[in-house]
Design a protein. Structure first.
Lengths: 315, 411
């Protein structure tokens, strides 16, 4: 049992940190520009595919740097030539733009790379078990993923809270006109923030690609849960996204590990009731409902605290 | 004037030619996922059917009619499949084939049955090459549905017959996809293992969402904690590859008894785990079966399609389709269906198979094979891993027969 708890905690924290890498970019963009970027998970997918392709050409380590930069450039182009043009038509137009973009990116990726999973391998340097607990190996690569995520979280926090750039970014969030009057180019700040946010998703893609799966539906698999994370944590709140990512990662992982059902708690249902909807509900295990638990959390938080855990504005 | 007639004739000719050609073609709607999580599997199936159609066409087609495969993407979704089936019918297809997903198959079987009762004279036949839920040939059976793959109960019967003779199996873990097929694998495994090996303990019984899990590490941790020595799984596509990938990462060493280890990404994942001849598959044929004509076919198929033959049953299906049409001397679906009933056929990997009249289930020899390093009698590897399939056990047609509850309604 202890073994299961330790391993599940490790797995849960790792999944949580991956979610955080993704949601951090999304939430920074939202707090900055008020745009919910539906294409965010697509930037994650672009990161994975760029990472895969560059790994083939020049190796994993250069790819780890270059692929997110490329994704960042794509993100900036989207902001400069897409979002900025639609901005004057309001948020709905921006939403629709990112919504359409998500589909366009998926189609383009499957046109170029096809629909099968890519053979994106963990770099040989990290392809060994880092340590063994209770006879279960913990791959070095997962440890690497964890480290990168934590470093990025710290770096983001420092940049936003402790540097001049962070100060300007935060000011532009609430008082864009004032910031512009002080001589800062607000448009360029927005573009940079969007680029950085996309690049963060790109990093997540490059490092998650080999560990999970790199194929053209990977954005659709992760996309919905990102919104759960940022709404749960509070739109626009970085610490909130951090906590929410960990909570959701752990909840999902531990739910899978549990076998409990109503039947095991209160005994089997009276057989006279026969097979029915009731007996289905009675016998379903927590493990089986694990994938929907994050969405249950989403509904609960919206009822109890619509701001999210650490949010400052209404969702 | 003469020039004018000539011009008119030239202008009309291509039109005449193409409409005559369109009548000649036998259109087979291929309804399977060509996008989403099941796409890699669906694209492999499409290549297989296109190859088989080319093979038939190169030999003059079926009764002189060319066979054309119409690819239709159903996104592994029953609702979408019905739209695609309607699309196939609208474009003139009288035959459809599908394999991925028993929920899809059930929807299609029902659709075809209703369609045919409403449109007499325009019947459509449904050839099922891979959806293995037993209910398709039992309580839901239909005259318009033929299945070439062994139902999951038939496969489990064969698999448990093999496991019966392996005393090392003591603790079994079941992990399956949460839909009709996965559920039937788990219940058949429970029932048959209990009957044949009551000493075996089932230490876990897991259902996970279909094609939605990106990281199986939590499930692997659970298998490890259960102390299982063998895992039985019906997982296919990315659900199999990712399961094995997570197992390799965690260093889980168990024997895997699978339905679809040979699917896309499966062999690569097995090679990564380093489980040499510890992953077993139950299928109606394997590349290294030792049967010369099957191995020749495999070689030619690989050269052209650039993949290994996942579906020997698709070969049986298309060849029997041709044989049945020739026997009936018609390409009318009703007559072809009648000719298929009870038909005996020499299957690709050798041995006799029968299309049982009672439920339209094809019975054929079944192989248990293991995946690992090869000897000199095994020329074929998979996905460039260097590893290949080795026959472990052959179960003859007679030993795969299971009863059916089907009460077939014939037109």
């Amino acid at each position: 049992m202890l073994e299961l708890i330790v391993i599940s905690t490790l797995n849960g924290v790792l999944f949580g940190m991956l979610l955080f890498l993704l949601s951090s970019g999304l939430t920074v963009i939202f707090s900055m520009m008020g745009v919910l970027n539906f294409a965010h998970a697509s930037f994650y997918m672009l990161g994975a595919f760029f990472g895969y392709q560059l790994t083939r050409w020049i190796g994993f380590w250069p790819a780890l740097i270059i692929a997110p930069l490329l994704v960042g450039v794509v993100g900036m182009a989207v902001e400069r030539y897409g979002l900025r043009a639609t901005h004057k038509h309001g948020h709905v137009a921006e939403l629709l733009l990112t919504f359409g973009l998500a589909f366009a990116i998926e189609e383009i990726v499957s046109m170029i790379w096809g629909k099968s999973p890519m053979d994106y391998r963990v770099p040989a340097l990290l392809d060994f078990p880092a340590f063994t607990i209770f006879s279960t190996n913990y791959p070095a690569y997962k440890l690497f993923m964890l480290t990168v995520s934590v470093l990025i979280f710290l770096a983001l926090l420092v940049v936003l809270k402790r540097t001049r750039i962070g100060l300007i970014v935060q000011a532009a969030l609430t008082h864009p006109n004032m910031v512009a009057h002080l001589g800062h180019n607000v448009g360029r700040i927005f573009m940079l923030v969007f680029g950085v946010g996309s690049a963060l998703a790109g990093v997540a893609g490059v490092i998650a690609g080999p560990a999970l799966v790199t194929q053209s539906d990977m954005a659709a698999l992760l996309g919905p849960i990102l919104f759960v994370v940022i709404v749960f944590g509070g739109l626009g709140s970085l610490p909130g996204a951090f906590i929410a990512s960990l909570v959701i990662g752990l909840v999902q992982t531990f739910a899978v590990a549990l076998n409990g059902s109503l039947a095991s708690a209160f005994g089997p249902l009276d057989p006279s009731l026969g097979p029915s909807v009731l007996s289905d509900i009675w016998n379903v295990t927590i493990a089986q409902i694990a994938p929907i638990l994050p969405y249950v959390l989403l509904v609960l938080i919206l009822i109890v605290r619509p701001l999210g855990l650490m949010g400052t504005r209404e969702t | 004037m003469r020039k004018l007639i000539l011009a008119a004739a030239v202008a009309l000719l291509p039109g005449l030619g193409s409409s005559a050609f369109a009548q000649e073609t036998i259109k087979l709607g291929y309804i399977d996922p060509l996008s989403g999580g099941g796409a890699s599997v669906g694209e492999g199936g499409l290549k297989t059917f296109q190859y088989l159609a080319d093979e038939i066409n190169a030999k003059g087609g079926i009764l002189g009619h060319k066979v054309e495969i119409i690819p239709l993407d159903n996104k592994t979704n029953p609702q979408e499949s019905l739209i695609q089936a309607q699309k196939a019918i609208d474009s003139g297809a009288r035959y459809i084939t599908q394999g991925n997903g028993s929920a899809v198959a059930a929807a299609l079987e029902d659709f075809v049955t209703k369609q045919n009762s409403r449109n007499p004279g325009k019947e459509v036949l449904y050839f099922n090459y891979a959806a293995v839920d037993p209910s398709l040939t039992n309580d839901k059976c239909s005259f318009w549905h033929f299945r070439w793959d062994a139902g999951s109960d038939i496969k489990m019967e064969a698999l448990t017959n093999y496991m019966k003779g392996v005393p090392a199996i003591k603790k079994v873990y079941l992990i399956n996809q949460d839909y009709s097929f996965g559920q039937s694998v788990r219940s058949d495994a429970r029932k048959m293992l209990n009957a044949k090996r009551p000493d075996v303990e089932i230490v876990g019984d897991e259902l996970h969402p279909l094609l939605k899990v990106t990281d199986f590490s939590p499930y692997i941790a659970k298998i490890k904690a259960s102390g299982a020595d063998s895992v039985v799984t019906g997982n296919w596509g990315q659900d199999f590859a990712l399961l094995l990938k997570a197992a390799a990462d965690a260093g889980l060493k168990v024997n895997w008894y699978t339905y679809y280890a040979g699917g896309a990404g499966g062999p690569t994942a097995i090679k990564q785990t380093g489980l040499d001849h510890q992953v077993f598959q139950i299928s109606e044929g394997i590349p290294n079966s030792g049967n010369q004509s099957a191995m020749d076919f495999e070689k030619a198929f690989r050269a052209k399609a650039n993949m290994s033959l996942w579906y020997p049953r698709a070969v049986n299906q298309m060849r029997m389709f041709k044989a049945a049409a020739e026997k009936a001397n018609s390409i009318d679906p009703v007559k072809v269906a009648a000719a298929l009933e009870g038909m005996e056929f020499d299957v690709l990997d050798g041995g006799k198979g029968t299309m049982r009249k009672d439920d339209h289930q094809f019975f054929q020899p079944i192989y248990i094979s293991s995946f690992g390093s090869r000897n000199d009698k095994e020329p074929f590897d998979e996905e460039n891993t260097g590893w290949g399939w080795r026959p472990v056990s052959k179960i003859d047609t007679a030993q795969t027969t299971v009863p059916t509850t089907c009460k077939m309604k014939r037109p």
